[in-house]
Design a binder for this molecule. Structure first.
Ligand code: SF4
Length: 284
């Protein structure tokens, strides 16, 4: 069927996580866009999903003016963990019992230390799908699912996101400069800020220091309106690269992402030559 000249030639729908992947490795993003590779289901994912699920349930209950006790949210965490950990083909990078214990601890940290800093959510895990850019060549939609949205005391929208890393995050200066999730979500919700809470309870911290350090790290990234035309250029550049339908895009090796643990295309890309345990990992 001939395409009407009034219709845009290309329509893109980019998840914010796709844009992140494009930043990490254009070739990985090209392959994902074509439906190649398979996302791995790992214990990191199980841990994050279970914690997110329990917090989500708490948030929905709070919207109905029910504020659950710690025991209750821990129980929700157990149920979420049982659900996610029963899926097939999970790679247990951390033992089952340790992952389950970490889920419980992260929920406890969220309840005891983070919740007192939050306000009642106005939305939880609500997906957006918004037209971000269009010209006569293309339309680009951006999609995402913010964990938690609340209003500040003076009625400004604040987006909040939970991360469940294995250890305390480092080099957070880069978040202010380059966090794409913050830029996309702040634009989509006209939010004043995007705040990351990293939940990272770690027993050794107490053993080593004996100090009562917080078990979370918080990073508040204000919306930078002046960054949005730059975000637009980045998004258009990703669209144009895909529209060109090239057989390959630049490979980005210089990142933690380029490894069998993280890149879903490893076995068809560098892994074809290096195997599933590359030389640097076999030396560890
Ligand atoms: S293996 Fe490395 S270079 Fe290849 S697609 Fe993945 S991240 Fe990119």
């Amino acid at each position: 069927m001939p395409i009407s000249p009034s219709l845009p030639r290309h329509v893109h729908k980019f998840r914010q996580s796709f844009l992140n992947q494009f930043n990490k490795c254009p070739e990985a993003a090209r392959r994902s866009h074509l439906g190649m590779g398979k996302d791995r289901n790992t214990s990191d994912l199980v841990r994050g999903n279970a914690v997110h699920g329990a917090i989500e349930t708490y948030g929905f209950a709070w919207q109905e003016d029910y504020e659950a006790e710690l025991e209750e949210i821990l129980q929700w965490g157990k149920e979420e963990f049982a659900n996610f950990s029963s899926e097939d083909n999970i790679e247990w990078k951390q033992p089952f019992e340790k992952t389950e214990a970490q889920v419980q601890k992260n929920i406890e940290v969220w309840y005891e230390e983070v919740l007192p800093l939050l306000r009642k959510p106005i939305s939880i895990e609500e997906k957006f799908n918004l037209l971000f850019y269009e010209d006569d060549q293309r339309q680009i939609y951006l999609t995402g699912t913010p964990d938690w949205v609340q209003l500040s005391e003076d009625g400004q929208v604040e987006v909040v996101d939970w991360k469940n890393p294995k250890a305390e995050p480092r080099d957070l200066w880069i978040e202010d400069r380059s966090n794409l999730q913050a830029a996309v979500y702040s634009w989509a919700l006209s939010a004043e800020s995007f705040t990351l809470y990293y939940l990272h309870w770690n027993e050794s911290k107490y053993r080593d220091t004996g100090k009562d350090k917080p078990n979370y790290t918080v990073r508040r990234i204000p919306r930078h309106i002046e960054n949005e035309p730059a975000l637009q250029e980045l998004v258009i550049s990703a669209a144009i690269s895909l529209e060109a339908n090239l057989p390959a895009l630049p490979q980005q090796w210089d990142s933690w992402f380029c490894s069998p643990q993280w890149c879903p295309h490893w076995s068809e890309c560098r892994g074809k030559h290096l195997g599933e345990v590359p030389f640097w990992e076999s030396k560890q």
